[in-house]
Design a protein around this ligand. Structure first.
Ligand code: GAL
Length: 314
């Protein structure tokens, strides 16, 4: 008899299949041929653990409950001249598969060692395998613009986009990727201007786009911000804070990082967020919650434990 799956327990320690807490913060997800991949910031202990001391980790799962540690997908460099040298900042990795080149393409927020958050760069790395090793390609300001928190979104028409916190954290830029996903095309739309948002995530339901992000208070949680649009380049209509229940005004103590579409279950989307622990970075926790969809809005009610059956009645 198969064991019944453990439910998701937002904010609780989540061991991998070896029994070690999952270490993949600011995560991004990829589904490919029956397997989900979870990429994230590999944190170490203490305050210094927020810097990239190791790299970007990757875990795999077939059921979203049990995650196998697949190691470090992108390692930091030992070369002081490399932008991704140990001690730099590598945050919010997101990976897409590019069918034309057969490559897995990772984008992430990169800050240079010893320069705080002033560089505001995006980094790109590629691999032939979803679990790496990824090879660093380059870092740059997409379209010549500042880029801090970011996500990628692959649309169903084959186009893919970088959505990033630009203009010194004030305005979101939606920038179409080149066909190989290694660059932006030089054109970008300014959306949600002067709203000061980050931790952005995008999902699409029945042709309508939905956005969730946070406000910009660093590691400290704040109210989430949702919006919807008929075109990814806007105009976007603000929907306010979609969270409900205890601590909904601080996103349950967390900050958005991704919305994961459950494969084979239309309308099943999981909101994924980080409860940061800046004083002991490795002890940050994950908040996964099912999204409740309405025609042109959505909500995220708190649940202390749940499993994928919540989507069955939809
Ligand atoms: C947050 C951001 C995190 C990290 C942090 C550093 O605003 O979402 O990814 O950059 O600031 O203080």
């Amino acid at each position: 008899m198969p064991l019944s799956p453990p439910p998701f327990r937002p904010g609780q320690l989540w061991p991998d299949t070896d029994g070690t807490p999952i270490n993949a913060h600011g995560g991004g997800f990829l589904y490919r041929n029956g397997t989900y991949f979870w990429y994230g910031e590999f944190k170490t202990g203490g305050e210094g653990g927020n810097r990239a001391n190791v790299g970007i980790s990757v875990y795999s799962s077939r059921d979203l409950y049990h995650w196998k540690n697949e190691g470090i997908a992108l390692k930091v460099s030992e070369d002081e001249n490399s932008p991704i040298v140990k001690g730099s900042v590598l945050e919010r990795p997101k990976v897409l598969f590019n069918a034309a080149t057969g490559k897995y393409v990772m984008w992430f927020h990169l800050e240079l060692k010893g320069k705080g958050y002033s560089a505001a760069l995006a980094g790109v790395a590629t691999s032939r395998s979803p679990v790496g090793p990824f090879t660093f390609v380059r870092s740059f300001r997409p379209d010549g613009e500042m880029s801090r928190d970011m996500t990628l979104f692959a649309d169903d028409d084959g186009k893919a986009y970088l959505i990033t916190t630009s203009e010194n954290n004030q305005t979101q830029h939606v920038s179409q990727l080149t066909d190989d996903y290694l660059d932006t095309t030089g054109h970008f739309a300014r959306i949600l201007a002067h709203q000061a948002l980050e931790g952005e995530a995008i999902f699409k339901v029945n042709g309508r786009y939905f956005y969730i992000g946070s406000h910009t208070t660093g590691w400290t949680p704040n109210p989430a911000f949702a919006a919807t649009a008929e075109r990814i380049t806007g105009p976007w209509t603000p929907l306010g804070n979609p969270c409900t229940g205890p601590n909904a005004n601080i996103t349950f103590g967390a900050q958005s990082t991704y919305v994961l579409a459950v494969h084979g279950k239309p309308g099943a989307f999981i909101f994924i967020a980080d409860q940061w622990n800046p004083k002991d970075a490795i002890d940050g926790r994950y908040v996964w919650l099912p999204i409740t969809l309405a025609a042109s809005s959505f909500s995220i009610p708190w649940r202390s434990a749940w499993d994928l059956h919540v989507f069955d009645s939809r």
